[in-house]
Ligand binder design. Structure first.
Ligand code: UD1
Ligand code: MG
Length: 438
């Protein structure tokens, strides 16, 4: 019989250890390196503070987080494969005990390496965006290209391209539909969406990193459902087949009902990438929390977004992953009229700060030109749905201003003015609520 144990507990413990180290390093390095960033011109005023022009805040601190994160992931590679390394070392004894020696899993190594490649490109793109403010049309296609290594690795394993059809449509389409190449298109767009959607839900202290933190924790909770509980971490393969259901039925988690060795391995891979991410995000949140002493920059948004795309694709839960992006999807959809030029889009769409009350109010986009029919229709529909607030000309009734189409302004329109800390808390609650629903 194949007695090929699932590599787990030692590596998982190591990953927890690495994560603690990542947390402490971020906590220490972000303030220690801040002034070097300011000296290099990487700084920004805190837009929603009375001291916005006086005190420069170090920008692009996501670079510190990304460096710690990626270097630790590289250092972790031998540990992720420790089980096989140990198998190689004890090759002779294994034979004498009649255990077949397992081939080194090159496939898993390529999963790991292609993921690091995508993370590195995301870091580079994010940092370049911080330095040069890259245009939308230039930065959109880059994550799509950056996802090709991931897709190739997915293809190499003959990855699944079927989707489960929602119940009402099953009589027409059947239970499963094979999307084929379209599925690959979906996955490459996922990397663009994940990276940019966090970046456009930004601008108040703690917003970017808290989104990343909550999504990463949600992914971890989802992964844990797929591990065999209680964990005996040298589980022989024959226990991980369908038999597991029979032998461990009630005790093992839901995921194990269709548990297979690959399923467990994929979610372990996801855990190895998500635990250090939670750690750097937590460490950074401490410095980015209201009132912020450091800004994440586009680098943090891109790296965290790409990390989610990577685990979603490589651990085969790219559709589940989107369920953890409910606020980002909402923000993206209502942003579309501004992103695609129907409604003017100012450089910053952050809420308006009122120094006297220290409260935030919805910020507005001014319609200087006569708006086209389609713009009018869009804005009026959105206003009717309560998504935006319009200012009309007192005589002609023409639209003069509309509150910027972001989820942050939407919260302010619906819930009334509030201070910056409260607004980020509302955003965090909506993210948690989204994950709970998911
Ligand atoms: C995106 C948004 C933009 C928003 C900006 C804020 C779109 C299309 N773009 O642009 O509307 O204003 O993010 O990050 O939706 N800042 C703060 N407080 C914070 C974080 C950032 O004041 O907590 C300010 C700082 O001045 C910082 C600047 O935002 O320097 C960073 O903006 P940047 O990330 O370059 O903006 P974009 O990503 O291009
Ligand atoms: Mg940004």
């Amino acid at each position: 019989p194949l007695l090929d144990p699932v590599p787990a507990l030692p590596a998982l413990y190591t990953s927890v250890g690495f994560s603690i180290f990542a947390f402490l390093s971020t906590l220490y390095l972000v303030p220690a390196l801040g002034h070097t960033f300011v000296k290099a011109g990487l700084k920004g005023g805190d837009l929603l503070k009375p001291y916005r022009h006086e005190i420069p805040i170090p920008e692009s601190q996501g670079l510190v987080c990304a460096s710690i994160y990626i270097l630790l992931l590289m250092l972790f590679i031998p540990f992720a494969f420790s089980n096989f390394i140990m198998n190689f070392a004890s090759e002779n004894t294994s034979y004498s005990e009649g255990i077949s020696v397992v081939q080194f899993p090159h496939y898993q190594l390529s999963v790991y390496l292609s993921s690091l490649l995508s993370l590195l490109i995301a870091t580079m793109l994010g940092f370049l965006d911080d330095v040069f403010d890259i245009r939308w049309r230039h930065k959109l296609p880059i994550p799509i290209i950056a996802s090709i290594p991931l897709l190739m690795v997915y293809y190499a394993e003959r990855g699944n391209t079927h989707v489960v059809v929602p119940l009402p449509l099953r009589s027409i389409l059947g239970t499963l539909v094979n999307l084929g190449p379209l599925y690959y298109l979906y996955m490459s767009l996922l990397s663009t969406f994940a990276t940019n959607s966090i970046n456009i839900l930004a601008g108040i202290n703690g917003s970017e990193v808290s989104q990343a933190l909550i999504i990463a924790v949600s992914v971890i909770l989802n992964d844990l459902l797929y591990l065999p509980w209680p964990m005996d971490f040298r589980i022989p393969l024959h226990l991980l087949g369908n038999k597991a259901e029979v032998e461990f039925g009630g005790v093992w988690s839901a995921g194990m009902a269709y548990g297979s060795r690959e399923l467990v391995e994929r979610h372990l891979f996801s855990l190895y990438f998500m635990m250090p991410l939670v750690a750097v995000c937590l460490g950074f949140l401490y410095h980015n929390w209201y009132p912020a002493r450091a800004f994440p920059g586009d680098t943090l948004c891109y790296v965290t977004g790409m990390a989610f795309a990577v685990v979603g694709i490589q651990a085969h839960f790219s559709k589940t992953l989107l369920l953890f992006f409910i606020p980002q999807i909402f923000n993206f959809i209502i942003s579309c009229p501004q992103l695609f030029g129907l409604v003017p889009c100012p450089r910053h769409r952050v809420p308006r700060y009122d120094a006297d009350t220290n409260l935030l109010y919805p910020s507005t986009a001014e319609l200087v030109k006569e708006p086209s029919k389609i713009t009018m229709l869009t804005l009026k529909t959105m206003a009717a749905l309560g998504l935006t607030e319009l200012q009309l000309h007192p005589k002609t009734g023409a639209i003069q201003k509309a509150s910027n189409l972001t989820i942050l302004n939407f919260f302010l329109v619906r819930l009334g003015p509030m201070n910056e800390k409260r607004l980020v808390q509302v955003l965090m609650c909506s993210q948690v609520a989204g994950s709970v629903v998911a």
